[in-house]
Structure formats: structure tokens, C-alpha cells
Design a protein around this ligand. Structure first.
Ligand code: BV8
Length: 257
């Protein structure tokens, strides 16, 4: 099966790859579901235990307790800044370069907010759920990229609003119940129109609308592939379902050039 998928990758005119938290797991970043947090510092264990990410990643949680939510996001932000891309990220960057050398398209639609695809060298990356590296003012939407130190205080003063000292920063991510960025959706839709190969990598395929993109691709006639260590709701729908870790499977597909 890997040989077949490697051939598809080498001949596809328009490949789309959707990635989720699983592709960053081998870089030491937690996934949303199923990861144990026993190795976390006590206060962060409490935060992960006390709050379900599905509840923390919401405007309601931020409105109710901006300090706790900001602390959780800033802790994750620092983890993302320190994380390094793993062989799975590097393999996707190499596949993009190879596609470009034969004037084919290669798009990464990521649900991740960690910017590891960019660090790995991928250039055509659509951040469906924003980025934790950037924060934005809750009043004037001005974006800012905090430095490598922990954010000074919670709720942070928003430097961009001299006329509204009450304004605070929030992570520039898409929370549950929030619309995805228009530009991200437009880019995804445009790529899906002529996609002939769609790979779903490291995602539980439960979060919408990202989880539906593979069906759209299939409706347009794309061959569909899933790479994941465990089955997901799309495993029985795809043309090829590869069980395995992204950091192990993807380099093998690249090596089978
Ligand atoms: C929207 C950013 C329109 C923040 C995230 C009620 C009200 C409002 C909306 C809804 C509603 N009910 C349902 C919805 C829609 C909702 C949704 O989908 N809910 C689900 C849970 C049912 N979606 C939304 O709200 C979206 N907006 O619909 O707008 C709207 C608006 C208003 C009202 C109605 C509609 C916004 C969704 C975006 C949420 N933000 N992240 C942050 O990061 O903190 S989502 C979050 O989940 C992350 O982005 C994460 O990536 C994403 C999906 O999770 P996965 O990436 O799949 O990660 P997970 O842990 O689940 O799985 C990891 C997988 O990797 C596993 O399968 C594992 O086996 C595998 N794995 C592990 N190790 C490896 C591996 N794979 C490969 N290699 C390994 N080594």
C-alpha cells in the first residue's frame, strides 16, 4: 500500500494534506484527545484536568476567566515556540518541494496552531484554526507576536489600545463556536476544487468543518488516504487507511521516490 501511495504522491497534480494534533505529537506537543498529562507540572495538570480543552478553547471560557485561559494558552505557546518539527513535518515540506519541481500543487491545511509546518519549511500552509504564536487585541483586533518569555500578567494589557486600557489580548486562534478565518476557508475551498489526492494525517476527524474536507475532495474525484495510529470516523471511508505514526510513515513514503 505504501508503494501505491508514494506513486500517487509522485504523480498527483494537486495534493491536499490535512493535519491535526497527531502530527505534532512526536514533537512533544499534546493532542486534544486521549493524551495523558501525567508528566505535566502540577499546576498545568490541574488546568488540563480541571478544564476539558473542548471547554477551554471557547469564547465562554475566556470571558468567564481570561486569566486561566490565557495562562493555559501562554503555557502552550511557549511549548510550541520550543518545539521542533519532527520527521513527519519535514517529510511534508520535502513533498511540497518535489511537487513544485514538477509544477504540481501541494497544500497543507492544518488544524494545528503550533506553526511547526512553517518551521519545517512548508510554505503553502493554511492555518484553519489560527496560530497560538500570535495574539490579538480583543478591542481593535491588532495582532501582536509576543516574545519567547511568558506573557507578563493576566489579563494582559493590550498595548495597541491607548483609548481602551480595559482591552486585553487573546490568542489568535479559532475557538469552538467561532467561524474559521474567511481567507482560510476560501483557500481550502479553492484547493479542494481540483484536488486529485487528499491525505488526512494525525487527526481524529471530529472537528468541523475541517473533518468534512475529505468528503468534499472525494466528491471531486480525489483519492483519499488516512495516516493515523488508531481508527477514526473516516477510516472506513477512505481509499487507503495506513495505521502508523506520521513521523514514521511519511519519511518512508518520501524515501520510496
Ligand atoms: C464553526 C484551536 C461555524 C484552538 C480548535 C455548537 C456550537 C458551535 C459550533 C459547533 C457546535 N457543535 C458542533 C460545532 C462545530 C464545532 C465542532 O466541530 N465541534 C466538534 C467537537 C463536534 N466546530 C466549531 O466550532 C468550529 N467553528 O463550526 O463555526 C459555527 C459558528 C457558530 C455556531 C455554529 C457554527 C471551530 C472549530 C475550531 C476549534 N479550535 N483549535 C486551540 O488549539 O486551542 S480545534 C482543536 O481540535 C485543535 O485545532 C485540534 O487540532 C482540533 C482537532 O483535533 P485533532 O487535531 O484531530 O486532535 P485530536 O487530539 O482530536 O486527535 C489527534 C489524532 O492524532 C488522534 O486520532 C491520534 O490517534 C492521532 N495521533 C496521535 N499520535 C500520532 C497521531 N497521528 C499521527 N502520528 C502520531 N504520532
Amino acid at each position: 500500500m505504501e508503494h501505491r501511495i508514494a506513486h500517487l504522491l509522485a504523480t498527483s497534480k494537486n495534493t491536499i494534506v490535512i493535519t491535526g494534533a497527531g502530527i505534532s505529537a512526536e514533537s512533544g506537543l499534546r493532542t486534544f484527545r486521549g493524551a495523558s498529562h501525567a508528566d505535566l507540572p502540577a499546576d498545568m495538570q490541574a488546568l488540563w484536568k480541571e478544564f476539558d480543552p473542548m471547554k477551554l478553547a471557547t469564547p465562554e471560557a475566556f470571558d468567564a476567566d481570561p486569566a486561566a485561559v490565557s495562562r493555559w494558552y501562554d503555557w502552550r505557546r511557549l511549548g510550541c515556540l520550543a518545539a521542533i518539527p519532527n520527521p513527519g513535518h519535514m517529510a511534508l515540506a520535502e513533498l511540497e518541494r518535489r511537487a513544485a519541481s514538477r509544477t504540481a500543487r501541494f497544500t497543507v491545511l492544518t488544524q494545528n496552531v503550533d506553526r511547526l509546518h512553517h518551521k519545517a519549511g512548508s510554505t503553502n500552509v493554511v492555518e484553519l484554526h489560527g496560530s497560538i504564536i500570535q495574539w490579538r487585541c480583543t478591542s481593535c483586533e491588532t495582532k501582536t507576536t509576543p516574545g519567547p518569555d511568558p506573557l507578563p500578567q493576566f489579563p494582559m494589557p493590550a498595548p495597541c489600545c491607548p483609548n481602551d486600557s480595559a482591552a486585553i489580548l487573546r490568542p489568535d486562534v479559532v475557538w469552538f463556536g467561532e467561524m474559521l478565518p474567511f481567507e482560510a476557508l476560501r483557500a481550502a475551498d479553492e484547493a479542494l476544487e481540483s484536488c486529485d489526492l487528499f491525505l488526512s494525517i494525525g487527526t481524529s476527524s471530529v472537528v468541523q468543518p475541517a473533518a468534512s474536507f475529505i468528503q468534499v475532495a472525494a466528491q471531486h474525484g480525489a483519492t483519499t488516504v488516512e495516516i493515523n495510529p488508531e481508527p477514526t470516523p473516516i477510516s472506513r471511508l477512505v481509499d487507503f487507511s495506513l495505521r502508523g505514526k506520521a513521523g514514521e510513515v511519511l519519511p518512508r513514503l518520501v524515501d520510496r521516490r
